[in-house]
Design a protein around this ligand. Structure first.
Ligand SMILES: C[S@@+](CC[C@H](N)C(=O)[O-])C[C@H]1O[C@@H](n2cnc3c(N)ncnc32)[C@H](O)[C@@H]1O
Length: 226
């Protein structure tokens, strides 16, 4: 697995954001969870602190927390400037405004950074990449993928999307993916072809509107189950 950190924008979201993006109930949080493409989210740190079971995979976990943090701080001003320059593209209901978003992203990164070494030692953070993961079948009860599949439709082919969802379905009986929009806020062209490909293998799916919307129109998740 080779990944160049300077090609990655390591932005992470909080447990509260994961709950909202994925409609996670208290019961969902009690299930063994795989967080795919977890990046510097604080989801794993916060859920672990509550005594729950979660494993996050991401190729950037081959780097140190200091390296990930350095890359984050190298990107954040540009990203926030881009957000401020495109006011029509964002919905401010979870975060108040771009500066609040920045503060939130920094707080999340700090939580991730202080949990990372312990999480690596405990195998809660594992360096790995879709579309193939080295876990046994049904290792988890719920697989989540936030801001990776569908968002990066320009970079990840339909074949990679189909294989990735098949792989997540091998690892868990339920898979939830958010958002279904691309980086340019277009509906991802891969959503319906992926649903059809999975349906042909017996995996059912539904699109669910959720209460989280930062990227305008990005308030839907795709749920697969088998
Ligand atoms: C925008 S971040 C999202 C982080 C987190 N899921 C969240 O929503 O806060 C996307 C993450 O996907 C990771 N990634 C990129 N390619 C991947 C792959 N093939 N398999 C797993 N993760 C990947 C990146 O390293 C990055 O950390």
């Amino acid at each position: 697995m080779s990944v160049s950190l300077d090609k990655i924008v390591p932005f992470g979201r909080s447990l509260a954001e994961y709950r909202a993006m994925f409609n996670l109930t208290k019961a969902d949080c009690n299930r063994p969870i795989l967080d795919c493409g977890g990046g510097p989210a604080s989801f794993n740190a916060e859920l672990t602190a509550l005594g729950k079971s979660v494993v996050s995979i991401d190729p950037i976990y081959q780097f140190s927390a200091a390296q990930i943090q350095q890359r984050f701080y190298a990107c954040i001003e540009d990203i926030i400037a881009q957000v401020e320059a495109t006011p029509d593209n964002w919905v401010w209901n979870f975060h108040r405004d771009p500066q609040d978003l920045k503060r939130h992203r920094i707080a999340v990164m700090e939580m991730f950074e202080s949990d990372f070494e312990a999480g690596l030692a405990g195998d809660r953070y594992r360096p790995a990449s879709l579309p193939y993961l080295a876990f046994d079948d049904d290792s988890f009860d719920l697989a989540l993928c936030s801001h990776l599949l569908f968002l990066y439709s320009d970079l990840l082919s339909l074949e990679v999307h189909v294989q990735s969802v098949l792989e997540l379905c091998r690892l868990a009986p339920e898979v939830r993916i958010f958002p279904l929009r691309t980086l340019t806020s277009e509906p991802s062209p891969h959503v319906e072809p992926v649903r059809s490909a999975l349906a042909s293998t017996g995996v059912e799916s539904e699109i669910v509107t959720v209460g989280y919307e930062l990227q305008k129109g990005g308030n839907q998740m795709l749920r697969f189950w088998c």
